[in-house]
Design a binder for this molecule. Sequence first.
Ligand SMILES: [Cu+2]
Length: 458
Amino acid sequence: MNLTRRSLLASASALAVMPKFALGNEDTEVLEARPGAVSLVSDEFPATEVWTYNGEVPGPEIRVAQGARIKRRLVNSLEQPTTIHWHGVRIENAMDGVPGVTQDAVQPGGEFFYDFEVPDAGTYWYHSHFNTTEQISRGLYGALIVEEPNPPEVDHDITVVVDDWRLGQDAQIDPDFSQIHDWSHAGRLGNFLKATLTPALAEVKQNQRLRLRFICVATDRVMQVAMTGMQGKVVALDGMPLAVPTPAGVLTLGPAQRADVIVDVTGEPGGEAVIGFVGREGNITLASLAITGQASLASRGDIPVLRQNPIKQLDPLNGAKIAELKMEGGAMGSLKQGIYKGEMMSIDKLIENQQIWTFNGVAGMPDAPLAEVALGETLRIPIINDTAFAHALHLHGMHFQEVMPDGSFGPLRDTILLLRQERREIAFTASNPGDWVFHCHMLSHQKSGMITWVKVTA
Ligand SMILES: [Cu+2]
């Protein structure tokens, strides 16, 4: 029999929906971390060897209703340990996926059963939390979409995963994940930017309404994303709806940050709607959608406001606990010494241990938490970025709000981008018991020192 390309594709997709490995819990879907190859650049280049969930990069999109339970059996078919972190989800601590803190790393050939509820609607993602600079750079991430009970009316609801790959001329991943120059500067930046749209979308019509869920999965790069031929508003950040949507101009997405935008296609039929990366050396097209006609004569009117998630926002900060976080180190920094694994070391000795950055003078995970708070207690964290680089700080388990200089509070977020030498303050009311890591999501920085934790006692 002559297999046409079409029938081959059909059988490949039939395989993709086939269940589940016989692992004792046959009802549980599997996420298998395993090596694979995908066409990343174009058909003219060889396939790129990657690490995948179930053979895909991004991994299979998980899309569930608000309040649903997600159950996945992680099977580790890599040659090194791994775990999965469910980024931005208000999750039970034991399911948070941090090796050495909330679970043991899953060894090669091993497995772990994740089972948790998703209380909040929004755009989240899942990714490896072990050896993350390498594992996320090689492709171990996927989108996690939690749908509202009454979602806003749109013609297309599209997840846009934006990544930054470092590839050689043969389209293979640069295997050097331990360059001290990367770590001490802005991190391991790539040379090939790619946006993956799910479902794949190639054509739109004028006056159609799109919901675009942007997820920046780059290990270290801050993405500036612009849209042309489309106009609308940012309706949510890091999964959480904005009380007042803001115009969708150029979006700044630090590593791990998300933005939901609702836009109407305003470009003329025959033209295109473009999602682009705004860079110093010019703009790069990440996705281009042909505008093939007109859906209606007029645009659809006001952009809706999404319903807030059931999270208590900050009250006045009277009586809050305060724990300052000072970031130091890196190239052009003044760091002379720091504590690593309980020992005071000179900067040279720190570098020998591949540590370059400190939080409050400590490189790497400290024995004592940055702060210990009781459930219901409010914690303020003034953050001082005394370094020459930007950092994207991510708190696990709970969203926080920025405390603005005028005392007002910013929107709920799980990752905050601080530019060089910036001082900002965040605060949150502890609502989720457990040990929660708080780290730079520029993963080269995390690996070389920038991680601490917060303890919430029940
Ligand atoms: Cu950083």
